[in-house]
Design a protein around this ligand. Structure first.
Ligand code: GLC
Length: 421
């Protein structure tokens, strides 16, 4: 009898202590379409396995705006604001001080990830974030329209311009006055830096700042391709594109109102959804190149980072184990079109059956071009700001390519001073 009472008591204490230790943690929920479904899935799994509670926080969609907000939160030492959030590829060094070192818990999972993504998230041998999904710039095109007008997908920007002009003219003749040749991300924000890097590097004009930290932007190839991109505005690209981020450009394309679109991989899965008017009509390929250059895709993507001040490490680790596993990566692909950071899934028959486009992305990931975040160190946000502002001036007709590359070189020299730091 005594024994029984004791064991009942022990069980009660155990359940009480579990109750007392249940915690609430906060994770950033992606703002992408499908994000809510993905988050409900993560919440259900997390709460079932841990008995803890998961709440969600929404942060701005634009990378540079989100960084500014996170930096404010960290400066205010508001440790409860968010435990787990997504960092852009270019922030790992910038946020080093504010993010937890994950090496002890996750260092051994290295083989699960694309090497490039893992290395991007490792600083001086310390794992500072866990790769979530990878991004590369791709060209989307309307297969049905290229076929209708007997054109091939373009290999160069010049060809893209010609085909877009021709097909836009023809489509408008048949009364489709809202039809455009090309959409991309032309707003003055981080996404424009990504587009401009692709134009310029694919023309042999380099990466603004090279790996050694030298400023390389003042060159004729860069000036020329910026002029070409500017010539699209109001002709084959709507003026409104000067306000487009990813989702605005996708909305136009997915509505059937554009022939070509530059975007990240996520847009493909969404264009093939049951409710998409473009089901089976979309092709995707590496971006065109300029004269004397090679197709270049900017490397992007997002990583799970942990607020260094989190009060609940055990729960956070349990959450990271869930979001990093194969099942969660498949759900992220299905709901939001996010391309997994785990290369094994690119060979998984079940995954390939529903997302055959993955086979196309893997080689592009390998050759993708980094923005100059590593050589410009903590200065990168200023560097990128200078880039997108200057490129925007060319797109909106306030500067030509030649003036812009000279002005940008000067501005970057001022930011650099003696050394990038
Ligand atoms: C995508 C990329 C990210 C980039 C951003 C720019 O989200 O993954 O790396 O900074 O687009 O808009």
């Amino acid at each position: 009898m005594k024994k029984l009472t004791l064991s009942i008591l022990a069980a009660a204490v155990a359940s009480l202590s579990h109750y007392a230790s249940a915690v609430t943690i906060r994770m950033e929920c992606p703002t992408s379409p499908g994000g809510k479904d993905y988050c409900s899935y993560v919440k259900a799994r997390f709460e079932k396995t841990t008995g803890d509670t998961l709440e969600f926080v929404e942060l701005p969609a634009a990378s540079d705006e989100k960084l500014a907000l996170l930096q404010q939160l960290f400066a205010a030492k508001d440790e409860k604001a968010v435990d787990v959030f997504q960092s852009d590829t270019i922030w790992i060094g910038l946020l080093d001080k504010h993010t937890l070192d994950l090496t002890d818990e996750f260092g051994k999972t290295r083989d699960r990830y694309f090497k490039g993504a893992w290395n991007n998230d490792t600083l001086n041998g310390r794992l500072k974030a866990l790769p979530f999904y990878l991004d590369v710039g791709m060209l989307y095109y309307r297969k049905d329209l290229l076929e209708k007008y007997q054109e091939q997908p373009p290999k160069t920007w010049e060809e893209l311009t010609r085909i877009a002009t021709k097909i836009q003219d023809e489509e408008r003749k048949s009364g489709r006055n809202n039809f455009w040749g090309m959409v991309f991300q032309g707003k003055s924000y981080e996404g424009l830096t990504c587009n401009a890097l692709e134009w310029i590097n694919s023309s042999g004009g380099g990466t603004f700042v090279d790996e050694k930290g030298n400023i390389t932007i003042n060159n004729p190839q860069a000036a020329k391709i910026l002029d070409l991109a500017a010539s699209w505005i109001g002709k084959i690209t709507p003026k409104g594109a000067l306000g487009y981020k990813e989702e605005e450009s996708r909305a136009v394309f997915q509505n059937g109102d554009a022939l070509f679109m530059r975007n990240w991989p996520y847009a493909y899965q969404l264009s093939q959804g049951d409710d998409s008017p473009l089901r089976d009509k979309v092709g995707i390929m590496p971006l065109p190149s300029g004269e004397g250059g090679e197709s270049s895709a900017t490397l992007g993507g997002w990583q799970w980072s942990v607020n260094a001040n989190t009060q609940n490490k055990a729960a956070v680790y349990a959450l990271l184990k869930i979001v990093a596993d194969d099942d969660a990566q498949k759900v992220a692909l299905k709901t939001m079109g996010f391309t997994p950071s785990n290369p094994a899934l690119y060979k998984d028959k079940e995954v390939l059956a529903t997302a055959p486009q993955l086979a196309l992305f893997a080689p592009v990931f390998d050759a993708a071009i980094a923005r100059p975040a590593t050589p410009t160190r903590a200065q990168y946000p200023k560097v990128s700001n200078a880039i997108f502002n200057q490129v925007f001036q060319v797109l909106n007709g306030n500067a030509n390519g030649q003036n812009a590359v000279v002005a940008l070189e000067k501005r970057l020299q001022r930011i650099k001073g003696q050394q990038w730091r």
